[in-house]
Design a protein around this ligand. Structure first.
Ligand code: FPP
Length: 257
């Protein structure tokens, strides 16, 4: 997974220092995969994997905040995840509610802003209420923005954008010639959020699974090895991922002289 980690950077403290000396990705997106497999390997119910996943999340938010990352986008629940058993859906919603209830005060203190990507109206009432509260409490914060993608699907997001653009053209709010990349991006859930610089997916799955398809045109992807499941992710692994990103050559279709 990480190719260029020199031997002298194996220790977290040294690696933190090295990472801080190089440009920090402004926007990190994460697909937190492998919770179910983590639980299965321990003969635990799947929800135990999700619960441990939330524990990891707490640390990752804290480190991103400390490093000065501007945006952290987390794929928490996709539009396709409604196909999971009711028990697991309810457990995931409850975990999110519990996380927001428990953590909001501390996140607020750290200047973290909570934002949501996805159709909040489609969530169970308690979850929607908690989400709205977290957004309202942290609305004016200027630190790390945590974008929780919940009831989110990229294709739905794009189709919704097209529908809204068509509607605005039909009422004369915008002209067809106004439609360009900048205009289009305003109709996405990620309106105002820069594209991810780095996308991390744990557990050795090499796909995007309908996450930020439009926004990831020039994102650097980092797919971890199969053995690294989200509940085992940690500060060292995040730093290694950022270090790997810092050693990539981003050309955005151009060339480096
Ligand atoms: C993928 O693992 C993970 C998910 C579908 C859910 C991730 C959600 C959380 C960690 C909780 C989110 C909460 C907050 C507060 C944002 P999987 O279950 O598909 O794992 P598997 O592939 O091993 O079965």
């Amino acid at each position: 997974m990480i190719w260029k980690l020199p031997f002298n950077l194996k220790k977290t403290k040294k690696l933190t220092q090295a990472v801080k000396e190089r440009p920090i990705p402004k926007h990190i997106a994460i697909i937190m995969d492998g919770n179910g497999r983590w639980a299965k390997a321990r003969q635990l119910p799947r929800v135990a994997g999700h619960r441990q996943g939330v524990e990891v999340l707490r640390d990752i938010i804290s480190i991103c905040s400390e490093l000065g990352v501007n945006h952290l986008s987390l794929f928490a629940f996709s539009t396709e995840n409604w196909n999971r058993p009711d028990d697991e859906i309810n457990a995931l919603m409850s975990l999110m509610v519990e996380f927001l209830q428990k953590e909001i005060a501390e996140l607020h203190e750290k200047g973290v802003k909570i934002w949501m990507l996805g159709d909040i109206k489609g969530l169970p009432e308690a979850a929607a209420r908690e989400v709205e509260n977290a957004k309202a409490v942290t609305r004016n914060n200027k630190g790390l923005q945590v974008n929780i993608a919940i009831n989110y699907g990229s294709r739905t997001e794009i189709i919704r954008a097209v529908q809204n653009i068509a509607r605005d053209v039909s009422i004369g709010k915008i002209a067809i010639n106004d439609i360009n990349e900048d205009c289009f991006s305003h109709y996405l859930y990620t309106n105002g959020i820069p594209d991810p610089d780095l996308l991390i997916r744990t557990s050795g799955e090499f796909r995007l699974s309908n996450f930020l398809l439009y926004q990831c045109a020039y994102t650097e992807f980092l797919f971890t090895e199969k053995q690294l499941l989200w509940p085992d992710f940690n500060k060292q692994k995040l730093l290694e991922s950022i270090f790997e990103y810092q050693n990539r050559s981003r050309r955005f279709g151009g060339i480096i002289e």
